[in-house]
Write a protein that binds this ligand. Sequence first.
Ligand code: SF4
Length: 73
Amino acid sequence: MLKIIHYRNKCIGCGVCIEHTPDCWFIDLDGKARLKGSMKKKDFYVRDVTQVEVAENEQAAKDCPVKIIKVLK
Ligand code: SF4
């Protein structure tokens, strides 16, 4: 199963992930990005993604300045 992991507490709210994939991410009221439909697990958020969503999220993960997005394949 393809998954995205987001270590949200370290997010600086720069918006790069939203630029790459606005269907998956948004900036929440606290100024940090939120992965739509994700569930909290310990110190990170996680959700399944489709094969189509993987490529753009890999780009978001690459360009996130604090490297807190992980795509698991
Ligand atoms: S690119 Fe990284 S630091 Fe910037 S808003 Fe997205 S998750 Fe947060």
